[in-house]
Design a protein around this ligand. Structure first.
Ligand SMILES: Cc1cc2nc3c(=O)[nH]c(=O)nc-3n(C[C@H](O)[C@H](O)[C@H](O)COP(=O)(O)O)c2cc1C
Length: 350
């Protein structure tokens, strides 16, 4: 009741302050006994990591790992913190995040505002991998060598995370999306893989891609990911295709997330599944706000899923209904385990 009232109040203030208040609440929130049931059908495994369920918190919600303890207790199967860069940076000028209530969408142009790898690593160390935690890695805005930035953060934080995501798809840092193609992608992955091998315990490495890519670019990404034996691909980040919004607009900055992103990001996911013949583990993210959405992402080829925007609109209660409904859908379709549904409808989305 208290949380529902809080959510309504937060929706009346500007989006960035609302987010900060929500994080503050999560930091101090006492441990809740309101445990999400464990559904054996939903227990899964990706890139060698066991997950209690396939629903993760997407990157960007807890950039600095300040609320990771509570977030892990809300019922997420895994949490991705970050994006984190080597040096702290303030991000773009405010206002830089906007809610489109009618479309259940968010547009953000934060620009990797974060406390820097040292501070975030200290918090991760304190958390001690008590639940599955991944780190989204970015590069500093003014970096002279963005490839090295990814390596620095990976090396700094590796001991305290279960997996790392190389974020080459943020629309809010110039030049970062250039790493998605050609030699830049090859060179970056070669560098990351080599640095990962040098760690005392190498980690599963994912790359996170944009929803605004063409089929031939996806083919190149799949070939390169296979060549460098990455753990998988996270599809997708936010979109700069503002036509996916119903509202007439002349937006020119920031990335769109939330419900309008669902179709576009699911198409990319299904295409990746088809191109890779289901051999690359995929995490589906973009526009999930119900159990049915999560089910559809899995049927399009995802082994696990993530969400962010729906949490801002509906609050943590949503996790209960998503997991319950996902479990029921799988049961109704006759699947005894979630893995049986992966990719079964991939041709529906392309
Ligand atoms: C305010 C905001 C900040 C974000 N920051 C990051 C980020 O730092 N790194 C990243 O990889 N994705 C970031 N994302 C993208 C999300 O992780 C996710 O890929 C995207 O929002 C689509 O999922 P959704 O529709 O469930 O929100 C951010 C999204 C939002 C809304």
């Amino acid at each position: 009741m208290f949380e529902k009232m809080g959510l309504r109040l937060l929706q009346k203030i500007n989006a960035e302050s609302a987010h900060e208040l929500a994080l503050l609440y999560l930091r101090v929130k006492p441990f809740s006994n309101n445990k999400i049931p464990l559904y054996p059908r939903l227990k899964t495994r990706i890139a060698g990591i066991n997950l209690p369920n396939p629903l993760g918190l997407a990157a960007g919600f807890d950039k600095n790992a300040v609320a990771i303890r509570t977030l892990s207790q809300l019922g997420f199967g895994f949490t991705e913190v970050g994006a984190v860069t080597p040096r702290p940076q303030p991000g773009n000028q405010k206002p830089r995040v906007f809610r489109l209530e009618n479309e259940k969408a968010i547009i953000n142009q934060y620009g990797f505002n974060n406390a820097g790898m040292e501070k975030v690593n200290n918090r991760l160390q304190q958390f001690g991998k008590r639940s599955v935690v991944g780190l989204n890695i970015g590069a500093n805005k003014n970096s002279l060598n963005m490839g090295n930035d990814f390596v620095k953060v990976l090396t700094c934080c590796a001991k305290n995370i279960h997996f790392a995501t190389i974020n080459i798809s943020s629309p809010n840092t110039k030049k970062i999306r250039d790493f998605q193609k050609g030699e830049k992608l090859q060179d970056l992955l070669a560098l990351i893989v080599e640095s990962n091998k040098a760690l005392s315990t190498p980690l599963p490495i994912f790359i996170k891609i944009s929803p605004d890519l063409e089929y031939n670019q996806l083919e190149e990404i799949v070939t390169t990911v296979e060549r460098y034996k990455l753990a998988g691909i996270i599809a997708t980040n936010t979109s700069t295709d503002y036509k996916i919004l119903k509202i007439k607009n002349n937006f020119s900055m920031g990335g769109v997330s939330g419900e309008p992103l669902f179709a576009k990001s699911t198409k990319i996911l299904a295409q990746l599944s088809i191109i890779s013949e289901g051999k690359i583990p995929l995490i589906g993210v973009g526009g999930i706000s119900s159990g049915n959405d999560a089910f559809e992402k899995i049927c399009a080829g995802a082994t696990a899923v993530q969400l962010y925007s729906a949490l801002a609109f509906s609050g943590p209660e949503l996790l209960h209904s998503i997991l319950r409904d996902l479990n029921t859908l799988l049961q109704n379709y006759g699947f005894s385990h979630i893995s049986e549904a992966i990719g079964i409808k991939k041709y529906k989305y392309v």
